[in-house]
Design a protein around this ligand. Structure first.
Ligand SMILES: NC(=O)c1ccc[n+]([C@@H]2O[C@H](COP(=O)([O-])OP(=O)(O)OC[C@H]3O[C@@H](n4cnc5c(N)ncnc54)[C@H](OP(=O)(O)O)[C@@H]3O)[C@@H](O)[C@H]2O)c1
Length: 331
């Protein structure tokens, strides 16, 4: 397995990480046995990085990981956990809590649900606008000193917050959306993390399935999940975006590859500090995603891909207006 290092002196993780969110939440029903089989297949293929969040299914995802990791060597797995989102029993999002006492409480419950004594990387899922980032990171830093956390990450925050957080404790990675359809980080955020020696854990590499080659208008109509609220999956925007995907499919065919493999390989090509997270929930999808590691794109190939999907051709924001408004990374 190709490996990537988090920062200059940071730990090494597999170049592809398995994002486990869709096994518990957001993307419609998932099959528990197949989810666990997919996690096992990922580990057996050499993937060491598993990404989860305490609010993915309100603890469901962590309990699923606990079950999947039973009998495995804990020290060979790098578990990244997001925390802080506040949800009701019905699943509604009702805020974010980054207060120091809340950070420690979230962590205590996560350690129990995962059945582990430490978390490899702990990160606030969003910025709590009512709490200075220094306080939130300071609390995680205390948990590092106490041995419960190994590394600290950030998620969907902008350049200023990254600098402030990094001044309190070294930040190992920034998790943020990045793909051929979402290139917003290239202007300011990517240069900032590179200057500071912070890696990028890229999510939405397949734009939540839209850029996978397996999405369709029919699937959008069927999907009564989180994506049915996302501007890119709706109406004329969807038609426009699917036409870009079809153009990419022609290029993929010339490489005997799939759209998903080209999309993942493109992110891998953007730098050795980028670690794509793959949202596979089934072994079949995982196998396809792993194929991206074998796909070598020349500079000419990359130029052709980027000309086929120029950033301005993408229709619709990556989140709905309400969520865009609370993203520190979009300020
Ligand atoms: N920090 C944050 O704010 C944030 C936000 C979102 C996600 N994340 C993390 O990032 C991870 C990845 O999530 P994502 O939505 O960004 O993933 P993604 O890989 O962009 O999209 C996953 C979707 O694409 C479909 N898909 C089609 N072909 C696939 C293939 N070959 N491999 C994988 N998936 C394929 C999936 O499977 P089906 O066909 O089974 O539906 C699923 O519906 C999450 O699990 C989570 O850990 C973080």
């Amino acid at each position: 397995m190709l490996m990537r290092q988090l920062g200059i002196n940071g730990p090494a993780v597999s170049a592809l990480g398995l994002g486990c969110m869709g096994m518990s939440d957001f993307y419609g029903p998932a099959d528990r046995a197949e989810s666990i089989a997919t996690i096992h297949a990922a580990l057996d293929a050499g993937i060491t990085l598993l990404d989860t969040g305490d609010f993915y299914g309100m603890g469901h995802n962590e309990l699923l990981l606990h079950e999947a990791l039973n009998g495995r060597n804990r020290d060979e797995v790098f578990i990244a956990v997001k925390f802080g989102a506040l949800r009701t029993p019905g699943g509604s999002f009702v805020g974010f809590d980054g207060r120091p006492a809340a950070v420690k409480t979230f962590l205590a419950y996560t350690l129990q649900r995962l059945g582990t004594e430490y978390i490899d990387l702990y990160q606030p899922a969003r910025l709590d606008p009512t709490v200075p980032i220094e306080d939130t990171i300071g609390a995680i830093s205390e948990m590092v000193q106490a041995g419960y956390v190994r590394h600290i990450g950030l998620s969907e925050v902008g350049a200023e917050t990254i600098r402030r957080a990094h001044a309190v404790h070294p930040i190992a990675w920034l998790q943020i959306e990045y793909s051929l359809l979402s290139r917003g980080i290239e202007a300011e955020i990517l240069p900032t993390v590179r200057q500071l020696g912070i890696a990028v854990s890229a999510y939405g590499v397949l734009s939540r399935g839209l850029l996978s080659g397996h999405w369709s208008t029919e699937r959008s109509q069927e999907a009564q999940d989180f994506r049915s609220h996302l501007p890119r999956f709706l109406g004329e925007n969807l038609q426009r975006n699917l036409s870009l995907v079809e153009a990419l499919r022609h290029i993929a065919h010339t490489h005997n590859a799939t759209v998903a493999q080209v999309a993942i390989a493109w992110v891998l090509s953007r730098g050795t500090d980028l670690i794509p997270l793959i949202g596979a929930r089934r072994r079949e999808r995982l196998t396809e995603a792993l194929g991206a590691l074998e796909l070598h794109l020349s500079q000419a190939d990359l130029a052709q891909i980027e000309a086929t999907i120029p950033p301005e051709a993408v229709a619709g924001d990556r989140y709905d207006a309400g969520q865009m408004a609370i993203l520190d990374s979009e300020r």
